[in-house]
Ligand binder design. Structure first.
Ligand code: FA5
Length: 342
């Protein structure tokens, strides 16, 4: 048995060293650690041994299992790192000193990213919605479980009109309209400019773009939310970017999350674009609060859903390697002409 175990381990090491994809890694895991895998077979063969032999071989098999698991984890980490290096290498860091001579105009980088993301969601059955930039207090706040004087309003000060209407602070302002328009089930995305009273810096503007996404049906769960977020990001970047999900509070979702992307400008080392943290807040999301469903005339007893608010301008920064968000609204033709080839 000792020799069989040793041979099996040597054989595994030879294979794991030549793994170049997550698919192959998973196949290898199943081949060795799956229910019908080689290690389980060894366990099944134990009954052929004496009591003492079983004890020794059992211990060796357990060690073998741990060693295989360890090697699989190391290999997975290596694949993630290689994939991430490729992501960073693919970001075409934008150089504003470069002058591109091109007589023709081109789409703005935010239009490009908006269309890319809309196309991804359209292919997954989402409708593309449109709505005015001027909204009322009910849609922007109250229908989102943010009553008058709620502290969550402090972070979203904006421009008010003499009519009492306001320039929308976030695309969530259209959730109620979409819910009433379709009822359940629904899948929709909606992009728009948003306006906030902000101190600007490399990642904050007073005027920026977001994309709202909502999906409501019977039995929608956080797994659905994570699936759609992962699919969207891997389709946009064509590689596995590093993201982290942490708890986040928004009165209109429960539970709520912050989804951050590892900064592709600096590779996570820390730079002005990510305020030195290596991470950029990109796409808060969560499960729609029952009260918000009620405001949208959808029965929360029967239905559930998720919503996300993707920072489209920041996504464009990460995709095209634009270090400073203020470039987008600079009206600098020299800067914008860099994107004519995208
Ligand atoms: C919101 O606006 C929520 N409506 C998002 C949401 C939707 C949560 C649905 C849950 C469910 P937040 O204020 O964090 O959340 O903004 C969302 C994203 O918009 C941020 O992660 C960021 O990518 C972008 N963003 C926010 N403020 C600015 C700004 N001043 N400049 C550029 N991008 C911004």
């Amino acid at each position: 048995m000792d020799n069989i175990i040793k041979e099996l381990y040597d054989d595994f090491i030879g294979k794991v060293q030549s793994v170049t994809s997550f698919d192959n890694l998973e196949k290898l895991r199943i081949e060795y650690l799956g229910k019908k895998g080689k290690v389980s077979q060894l366990m099944r063969d134990l009954h052929k041994l004496s009591v003492e032999g079983k004890k020794n071989a059992g211990q060796l098999i357990n060690k073998l299992k741990s060693a295989i698991q360890e090697n699989l984890s190391v290999c997975a980490e290596h694949l993630v790192a290689t994939e991430y290096d490729r992501c960073i290498a693919d970001v075409p860091i934008y150089d504003e000193s470069l002058i591109v001579e091109k007589p023709l105009g081109s789409y703005h980088p935010i239009t490009l990213i908006q269309r890319t993301v809309e196309e991804i969601f359209r292919s997954m059955g989402f409708t593309i919605e449109d709505y005015p930039e001027i909204v009322d207090d009910f849609n922007c706040f109250q229908a989102l479980n943010i009553p008058e004087f709620h502290p969550a309003r402090d972070m979203q000060d904006t421009y008010y009109l003499s009519t009492g209407q306001l320039l929308k602070t976030h695309t969530s302002a259209v959730q109620n309209h979409i819910m009433r328009k379709y009822g359940s089930p629904l899948r929709a995305v909606f992009s728009s400019r948003c306006f906030r009273n902000e101190s600007t810096d490399a990642s904050h503007e007073n005027t920026f773009f977001q994309m709202e996404g909502i999906m409501i049906d019977k039995g929608i769960s956080i797994s659905n939310l994570i699936y759609f977020m992962k699919t969207m990001l891997s389709e946009v970047f064509k590689c596995n970017v590093l993201v982290r999900l942490r708890p986040g509070f928004f009165p209109f979702v429960e539970p709520g999350f912050e989804l951050d992307i590892n900064c592709l400008i600096c590779g996570g080392k820390g730079c002005p674009s990510c305020k030195g943290s290596g991470w950029l807040e990109l796409c808060p999301c969560g499960m729609i609060h029952p009260k918000v469903l009620e405001y949208g005339e959808i029965d929360p007893e029967e239905n559930s859903g998720f919503a996300f608010g993707l920072g489209l301008t920041r996504l464009s920064m990460m995709k095209y390697g634009i270090k400073d968000i203020r470039t987008f609204n600079s009206c600098d033709l020299k800067a914008m002409s860099q994107f004519t080839n995208l």
